[in-house]
Design a protein around this ligand. Sequence first.
Ligand code: AMP
Ligand code: TRP
Length: 333
Amino acid sequence: MGKKIFSGVQPTGNLHLGNYLGAIKNFVDLNNEPANECVFCVVDLHAITVNQDPQELRNNIRETVATFIACGINPEKSIIFNQSAVPAHSEAAWLLSCVARMGWLNRMTQFKEKAGKDKEKASIGLYSYPILMAADILLYDTTHVPVGQDQKQHLELCRDIAQKFNNDYGVDDFLKIPEPLIQKQFSRIMSLKDGTKKMSKSELSDLSRINLTDDKDLIVNKIKKAKTDPLPLPSNTDELMKRPEARNLLEIYSSLKNSSLDNSVGEFKGKKFSDFKDKLTQLLVEKINPITLEIKKLVNDKGFLDKILLEGHKKANNIASKKIKKMQEIIGF
Ligand code: AMP
Ligand code: TRP
């Protein structure tokens, strides 16, 4: 039996190598399996949990669609749409926020990280963000959710919310309990400037990440400046535990090459970082540059991107509006 896949990406600009290797590459593989039904959502409602400039947001929504397609997602074989276009997402988020418990949300580490020291000043949306994410997933009877490692806790919360809704209303199996699909390896790509920090859109220094819109020269420069340590490359993977930067670069290499970390360590053991970096740069340019060129071409074709969003949102609305109607009936409206 095929899987029902749902995943979301925020249209906040700067989609990077971590998004690609941790999530979007996996979307493409799942989309290529004919039996799967895939829904890929540009989660613009999630984006506004922090300030967004309206014009930039509009551009970023289209750029995210362009990135999906440039990475290999087939719009004919999947539903691609933006979250705000389907009202059931906001409605379901409210209904589920009456099921979710404060204590559950208080444990979410992403909120703690994003809110920083001054939690009083964080938006309520940033706090209840994982409930909206649960709504996204549950409206589509999703069986599998491909995400990077950082979303694991949100997925567990989604499962708890679904279970509690089913229990509270005595509707066994109404909300389907989804499985996370997190790659066993390379599901957390780290910053090029600090191997202990996640590669992130919001990191101030652009040198910390490879954006999917970076041209060849930028890739060359960023890998040249990527942090390393003074030793030659290690001869076994155990040694990498204490060398986060070396580990991250070798993981990026392995993931791009669809090879194991062991193989990559074997290929470069005892070599100088400069030799390894040359090979890594070559591979990055080979794999990422075609995507970059395609994104740049597609973002100029607003008509094409808007058509994909329009068709996607009609299909998504058709599914989600039926589910929310049943939810309302169950609740007693
Ligand atoms: P976001 O950009 O936060 O909407 O994330 C989109 C997807 O990319 C999610 O599935 C994340 O888990 C994944 N992701 C984001 N950053 C990384 C990273 N540094 N390594 C691996 N996956 C990531
Ligand atoms: N919270 C996810 C992130 O920041 C994005 C997201 C929103 C999502 N809704 C989703 C991912 C539903 C998977 C399924 O990366």
